[in-house]
Design a protein around this ligand. Structure first.
Ligand SMILES: [Zn+2]
Length: 327
């Protein structure tokens, strides 16, 4: 190998391993389908994830509504509720898709940036309450790198928000890391903290299978608000006043905090970029995540986009090299 080639190779690998290196857009190799019912509406829904071209983004299409309206997965369409993340627009947000966070969390962690999501129904099916079925199906279908860069939002200065006793902070880091803490007065939960450097592997092994959880004493109140209509021990880790209700028990001893991290990642995904920074949250939830993303938009000097030009195409060889480094 000549000197010029050696230098070119070194520069290339340094380029992609450098925190300033580009990330790569990715889609699925084939379509995948899911069927189930919504956790909150209790109604059946069918979801299809289809491969999409570069710069498409994650776009939902409500195929059960007239004209098949589309909803872009972005912080602009983010409607946080106490219990779930809903995307919507229009008067009264009548064009909406509910409980998107587990799907978005899995897509984001797996690095999938372009997917056409058809949904027949108003709410993403809850499946087993975790992101595990999405992760398994995505890995089975295969991930297709695309020869375009995906922007990275690099946090330069801390951004902190407070809300009703909850705190969320984004800190500078050379990778994406989440540190989540919860505090529930329950003998099976209490104070728990979990930290994760997000990669497809770490998410699949440590976070993806953690289920939504809930307390039996809240069920009546939720159902009176038309929530949790589809909840059962098949899709929720349920707690009585002092015990776990599911006969199979917990999947992790700290399953609750792992699930909170899963939810937080799904909400962060709505910023539309990969992130180089650490989210530190205490008692976080969808509402404070929305506030954080809105604050981020206004604090422009606290972050930069890399690369700053969004539509850069790159060679196929570099695409595969960069994609391999991201895995
Ligand atoms: Zn959740």
């Amino acid at each position: 190998m000549g000197i010029a080639n050696v230098r070119a190779t070194m520069m290339k690998s340094a380029y992609f391993q450098n925190p300033r290196g580009y990330r790569i857009q990715k889609t699925l190799k084939r379509a995948i389908c899911f069927e189930g019912k919504g956790l909150h509406c209790g109604k059946p829904a069918r979801l299809t994830l289809q491969p999409a071209g570069p710069n498409h983004g994650i776009l939902f299409e409500r195929t059960d509504l007239e004209g098949c309206p589309r909803i872009f997965a972005s912080s602009k369409a983010f409607i946080a509720t106490d219990m779930a993340t809903t995307l919507g627009y229009g008067g009264n947000n009548q064009i909406r898709v509910a409980t998107v966070e587990h799907l978005l969390s899995a897509l984001f962690a797996m690095g999938i940036t372009n997917v056409a999501v058809s949904i027949e129904g108003e709410e993403v099916p809850i499946l087993d309450g975790s992101a595990g079925p999405y992760v398994e199906s995505i890995l089975e279908a295969g991930i297709q790198p695309q020869p375009f860069s995906h922007p990275v939002l690099r946090v330069l200065k801390p951004i902190r928000v407070h809300q009703d006793g909850a705190v969320c902070e984004l800190l500078p880091r050379n990778r994406l890391r989440l540190t989540t803490s919860i505090d529930f007065r329950h003998p099976s939960i209490g104070v728990q903290t979990f930290a994760l450097d997000v990669t497809p592997q770490s998410f699949a092994q440590q976070i993806g299978k953690a289920r939504t959880f809930g307390f039996v004493q809240d069920v009546e109140k939720l159902r009176s608000k038309n929530l949790a209509q589809g909840a059962s021990l098949d899709n929720v880790l349920g707690f009585s006043e002092n015990a776990v209700l599911n006969p199979e028990g917990m999947r992790f001893t700290d399953e609750c905090v792992r699930h909170k991290l899963l939810d937080a990642l799904g909400d962060l995904a709505l910023c539309g970029c990969w992130i180089e920074g650490e989210l530190v949250s205490f008692r976080g939830g969808h509402s404070i995540h929305l506030t954080l993303l809105q604050t981020l938009q206004h604090m422009r000097s606290h972050w930069e986009l890399v690369p700053s030009e969004p539509l850069r195409s790159i060679s196929v060889a570099d695409t595969y090299q960069a994609a391999a480094l991201e895995m």
